[in-house]
Design a protein around this ligand. Structure first.
Ligand code: IVH
Length: 679
């Protein structure tokens, strides 16, 4: 049924949301809060649910969710996707300039545009009457692969252009516009992704470029959506109808005006020497770029002139890639050592003969994981290739096998933790090896910090510095020792006047009253956050019963999978953990009984909204969050689907977060949840 006002509202919402996406993902300058954004998106979703016939592929609700493809279809590019000739250094750049000047005297007076050469993946984006209709890889330059569904998940790619219709007055939009850009992952996002994976015991990625390449060629767009891909656009490959600028500089501005992300590091120069001077100054600033760049591209600004110069093979004569000196060097691998992380994950790292890479002295580099060392057959004493790019931690690419002298030693991963000497363990389905000893000194500080934290035993005033002080003074060797601290022990520590010691002791005494779920959380069992702890506390009246539970019993509890069940059983089986438990019990820290019911305020603020809760929340258990949402009229379900309005995510959210992102479900924190409920 037709409904013009509603239809109009739908268009208005789409336009607004596209603009907010653009402000958020391209300009990094949002003008509305997440909450306001959610309201717009929900209103749009509601209208589209009522009128599925109005859903179009450029709707902001359609970013993800296409079914996985069997394989990618081929796409013929409307014009060849060319490559670039390289120039190493100023002299080779001048030689390029001389060559093209001899071919065409107009080059003498030409202007040049200099842009970063991003080390990502070329993509070709097709817009038909302003709507993103197809996206392809470069392939062989003539034919690429259709990765449209994957590209739609990249929020920096506008689904409709111009994003802001009022910004485009000078030019008509071509009926067909095909642009080229580079998809990549920033250093910051890459590090964060790897940190998350390492904490979860999963395989980390080797470098941003390979990660981006793998993500783009996923058959399941949901997986692509979970990788932090972004894009910069720099070329118009083809256009039909409309008028587009005939200079590179003009086109960069034009693309920006249409709402594409375009680098702000491009510059235009009146002659080649100015351009070269600028590029040489880039050398040092290159590491400041938030992504990998392996050089800069120098382009003749006048694109008609550039086209007239022609192409050699696949390299246009009108542009050249000025390559930075390699950020890769070789050096000797002196030793392989192992770090013990917060969750006990063991991570190998390389001790290197000091070497300079891009002006920075490098002595350590990551070796990712033990499988990587074995897979690449990296041996101590090897000459190794090391790469450092921007802020990314330097990493080993591999050994130079030809440089071996025979004295190199194969590496055996440790069988015991380097910090405490306890045997290390491996869990099925994970690549990481763990030290699972609760009393490991490398983990002890982190363990105690976790034990006393807000969602756990909540010992107010016991910060990381005091934790360190207590451990260094030998007063605390495990978490149970907190409960036998004496006033005179504390008074002997630096900075502990009478009052401070008394306050700390009373905060510790206070924590004895915490309910069972908090104590279970506090133990820091792998895979057991607040949510699982609350589930366990509902099923077992005390730690006496929990520690007797078998894997099958635990797995019977909803929300507990085989890995977590096994991890719980293993934790209780370890002698050191049993000692800690015995000490806690002796100290009277042994809560029993059911979980206290959440206080329930009530309203209808969340009426009609469906929530899923995941991860560790600071102020709620999962049950409490559920009751809170229900008390305000909302509905809570166990898994994320298209019908979910909000995912409330705490720490370590896991796969639900990925799924929510893939489906475009809004993700909020508990503070936002409270705000919504109070509104
Ligand atoms: S221009 C005719 N500009 O570098 C136009 N390329 O072979 C040729 N690249 O993989 C490309 N940033 O995808 C151009 N600002 C930039 C670029 C860039 C990265 C990549 C390109 C290709 C390689 C050049």
């Amino acid at each position: 049924m037709d409904n013009p006002p509603l239809r109009q509202r739908l268009e208005e919402l789409r336009r607004e949301i596209h603009q907010h996406n653009y402000r958020y993902y391209v300009l990094n300058a949002p003008t509305i809060s997440d909450l306001e954004y959610d309201r717009l998106m929900n209103e749009l979703k509601r209208i589209e649910a009522e009128h599925p016939e109005w859903i179009t592929p450029d709707s902001p609700t359609q970013r993800a969710g296409a079914p996985p493809s069997e394989k990618f279809a081929k796409v013929r590019h409307p014009a060849p996707i060319l490559s670039l000739a390289n120039a190493f250094g100023a002299d080779e750049t001048r030689a390029w300039f001389e060559r093209v000047r001899k071919l065409d005297e107009r080059v003498e007076r030409a202007q040049f545009v200099v842009e970063p050469k991003i080390d990502g993946l070329t993509v070709v984006l097709h817009y038909r009457r302003g709507v993103f209709v197809r996206g392809a890889t470069r392939g062989d330059g003539e034919v690429g692969e259709d990765i449209t569904a994957n590209l739609r998940t990249i929020k920096a790619i506008p689904l409709r252009i111009p994003v802001d219709p009022s910004s485009l007055s000078t030019f008509d939009l071509p009926a067909t516009l095909v642009v080229r850009g580079e998809v990549f992952i920033t250093h910051k996002d890459f590090e964060a992704l790897n940190r998350r994976l390492a904490e979860a015991g999963e395989r980390t990625y080797l470098n941003p470029r390979n990660t981006a390449a793998g993500a783009l060629r996923q058959l399941d767009p949901g997986v692509t959506a979970s990788r932090p891909l972004t894009l910069l656009v720099y070329e118009i490959v083809h256009h039909e109808g409309g008028v587009v600028p005939s200079s590179q500089w003009g086109r960069l501005e034009y693309l920006r005006a249409l709402g594409f992300p375009v680098t702000d590091a491009a510059r235009r120069f009146d002659d080649i020497e100015e351009a070269i001077a600028y590029i040489e100054s880039w050398g040092e600033r290159r590491a400041d770029l938030p992504y990998d760049a392996d050089g800069v591209v120098i382009k003749i600004d006048d694109l008609n002139l550039a086209a007239d110069l022609g192409v050699v093979g696949k390299d246009p004569r009108g542009a050249v890639a000025f390559k930075f000196p390699a950020q890769e060097v070789t050096t000797r691998l002196l030793d392989i050592r192992v770090n013990v992380g917060r969750t006990g994950v063991l991570t190998p790292y390389a001790v290197l003969e000091p070497v300079e890479i891009g002006g920075v002295k490098v002595e350590r580099a990551t070796l990712h994981n033990f499988d990587f060392i074995a897979g690449k057959d990296i041996r101590i004493g090897d000459r190794v290739l090391v790469k450092r790019a921007g802020e990314v931690i330097p990493y080993i690419i591999g050994p130079i096998v030809e440089a071996r002298s025979g004295g190199e030693r194969p590496y055996d991963p440790p069988e015991v933790c380097p910090a405490c000497g306890e045997p290390v363990e491996h869990f099925e389905g994970e690549v990481a090896w763990y030290c699972v000893n609760a009393a490991c000194p490398a983990q002890l500080i982190r363990n105690v910090e976790h034990f006393v934290s807000r969602g756990a035993m909540d010992i107010v005033g016991l910060g990381i510095n005091i934790v360190r002080q207590l451990i260094e003074a030998g007063l605390v060797g495990d978490v149970a020792d907190l409960y036998t601290l004496k006033r005179e022990d504390l008074l002997a520590l630096e900075g502990f006047a009478g009052k401070k010691a008394d306050n700390l002791l009373s905060a510790i005494a206070d924590s004895r009253k915490r309910p069972l779920n908090r104590l279970i959380t506090a133990l820091g069992i792998r895979g057991v956050g607040e949510v699982v702890a609350a589930d366990l506390a509902r099923h077992y009246p005390s730690l006496d019963e929990l520690r007797r539970a078998a894997v099958e019993d635990l797995q019977a509890i909803e929300g507990i999978g085989p890995n977590v069940a096994q991890s719980i059983v293993d934790w209780f089986a370890r002698p050191r953990n049993q000692q800690v438990l015995a000490k806690l019990k002796a100290a009277g820290v042994w809560p029993t009984g059911p979980l206290p019911v959440a206080r329930r305020p009530s309203s209808a603020a969340l009426n009609g909204l469906t929530f899923v809760v995941t991860g560790t929340l600071a102020g709620f258990t999962r049950q409490e969050a559920k009751e809170f949402i229900q008390a305000h009229g909302g509905k809570v379900t166990g898994s994320v689907s298209r019908k979910t309005d909000y995912l409330v995510a705490g720490e370590n959210p896991g796969s639900k977060l990925e799924k929510a992102r893939a489906l475009g479900v809004r993700v909020i924190g508990e503070d936002e949840l409270r705000k919504m409920a109070e509104n």
